[in-house]
Ligand binder design. Structure first.
Ligand SMILES: [Zn+2]
Length: 255
């Protein structure tokens, strides 16, 4: 069984490595840098078998060219109609791909960017910059309505499904989550756990849907109390099901 491990990049990115130990093969998700991937491969005496891209942003793609130079002919999976031009095999919603012993299905999740996709086999989901622990990606290209629709697809996952997102933003996200829900004891408890992990230099990830359904304001946006502490200048209506989501996202942008 392949295992998933974090490779640290930049200040707070994780490049997720999917590694098959007997085959000595690795796939990486969103290599914004090549150097830490090359070091990881050397450390594990492994070769790079391919790359998965969730969206076009530079901190998810800037390492691709150098990695393809080092391992010519490898597959680079990524979204159709992406602004990143290094994708060899474009993917659309519902496509499936075989990565070592994982079969991954593609979810289209526009919102953070229009091209964003997630990769899932139901036991795990690589969510890129769509879903973070206790948070979600900023709306750089899509609308709150699009992101809300993208999030609806996450309801298919069991509580045990693991979430591998690209950024270690959990502490800052939890501070916001606590402002949205001051009485949520699960958020308080998770702040303590994440603080202990980070003090030891360990990641707060992967997380899982069971936990996120208890602490993540964007998975809880439709609960009636979620806008009770909204700053007065951020008005919202209940006309559409995504209005709470939009209001909470706008609040996070200025938090
Ligand atoms: Zn991004």
């Amino acid at each position: 069984m392949a295992q998933v491990e974090p490779i640290n990049a930049f200040d707070d990115n994780y490049i997720w490595a999917i590694r098959d130990t007997p085959k000595k093969q690795v796939w990486v998700v969103d290599p914004g840098q090549a150097e830490p991937v090359l070091s990881y491969l050397q450390q594990h005496d492994a070769t790079l078998a391919g790359i998965l891209i969730t969206h076009h942003h530079w901190d998810h793609t800037n390492g691709v060219a150098e990695l393809v130079d080092a391992f010519p002919g490898i597959t680079v999976y990524g979204p159709e109609h992406s602004k990143f031009n290094g994708i060899t095999h474009p993917l659309d919603a519902g496509d499936t791909i075989d990565i070592l012993d994982f079969t991954l299905t593609i979810l289209r999740t526009p919102g953070h960017t229009l091209d964003h996709i997630c990769y899932t086999n139901n036991a795990l989901c690589f969510t890129g910059d769509t879903l973070f622990s206790a948070g979600c990606g900023r709306l750089f290209e899509g609308s709150a309505e699009q992101m809300w629709h993208s999030f609806q697809q996450f309801s298919q996952f069991s509580d045990r499904t693991l979430i591998y997102c690209t950024h270690e933003y959990t502490s800052a996200n939890l501070a916001f989550a606590a402002a949205v829900e001051p009485d949520n004891d699960n958020i308080r408890a998770h702040i303590d756990w994440v603080t202990a992990q980070r003090t030891k230099g360990l990641p707060s990830l992967p997380t899982n849907f069971g936990l996120e359904r208890q602490i993540n304001p964007f998975l809880r946006a439709n609960l009636a109390h979620m806008c009770h502490h909204l700053p007065p200048h951020l008005t919202y209506s209940t006309q559409h099901p995504w209005n709470n989501f939009a209001a909470i996202r706008a609040w996070k942008d200025e938090f």
